[in-house]
Design a protein around this ligand. Structure first.
Ligand code: CO
Length: 208
């Protein structure tokens, strides 16, 4: 008996459906990928990159982890960014967080979650950087506000990587954006934190 047979069945039906409307889809796509976007999002099953912007396979290069964190020394994330920028030449990097993020919620709690607490440390730092604004917000708004602050911080982290810094130095046409997605209504909000140059990063850093 095949393990997880229902998933293989679903896969076959999906591939057949695509081939019916576009017989060359897979043979064309198998020759190369040329996505314009790198998506850095949360691992949450409710926030699948391609589906929520309604793009087919081949259009988005994706990295996901708990609470869409870009850690300066995370070789996994840095390698994805490097490959996307240097080889695929993506034009846009999107950091997309989401309201109701379990990672953000856990980071706000003062309880033991085990191993993941080491990862959530980075979000606790974001919380500390924005302590005053969070303190002034209504308690019921704080979690979603931290989801937004986290995205803004991760956009800066992406921009600060050696990969993006050297791409900009070499004149690459590359923008980094911060979005937040609502799992309640399926709508993405732009946090207007986009950056496309080293100067913009310096400006943002001096403002805060
Ligand atoms: Co999440």
């Amino acid at each position: 008996m095949k393990t997880l047979k229902h998933l293989f069945d679903r896969n076959l039906a999906w591939a057949n459906e695509i081939k019916k409307s576009d017989p060359d889809f897979f043979s064309q796509l198998s020759k190369q990928q040329a996505p314009e976007y790198l998506w850095i999002g949360c691992s949450d099953s409710r926030v699948p990159a391609n589906q929520i912007v309604n793009l087919p396979p081949g259009e988005i290069f994706v990295h996901r982890n708990i609470a869409n964190v870009v850690v300066h020394t995370d070789l996994n994330c840095l390698s994805v960014i490097h490959f996307a920028v240097e080889v695929l030449k993506v034009k846009h990097i999107i950091v997309c967080g989401h309201y109701g993020c379990g990672g953000i919620k856990a980071a706000m709690e003062d309880t033991d979650h085990g191993l993941i607490d080491n990862w959530l440390r980075h979000i606790k730092d974001v919380s500390r950087f924005n302590a005053q604004a969070l303190e002034e917000a209504k308690p019921e708004d704080r979690q979603n506000l931290l989801c937004e602050f986290n995205v803004i911080e991760q956009v800066r982290n992406v921009c600060s990587t050696s990969v993006i810094q050297s791409a900009w130095k070499n004149g690459a046409n590359l923008s980094v954006h911060g979005w937040v997605y609502s799992i309640e209504n399926g709508i993405i909000k732009d946090l207007n934190t986009s950056m496309s140059s080293h100067e913009q990063l310096l400006e943002a850093n001096s403002a805060h």
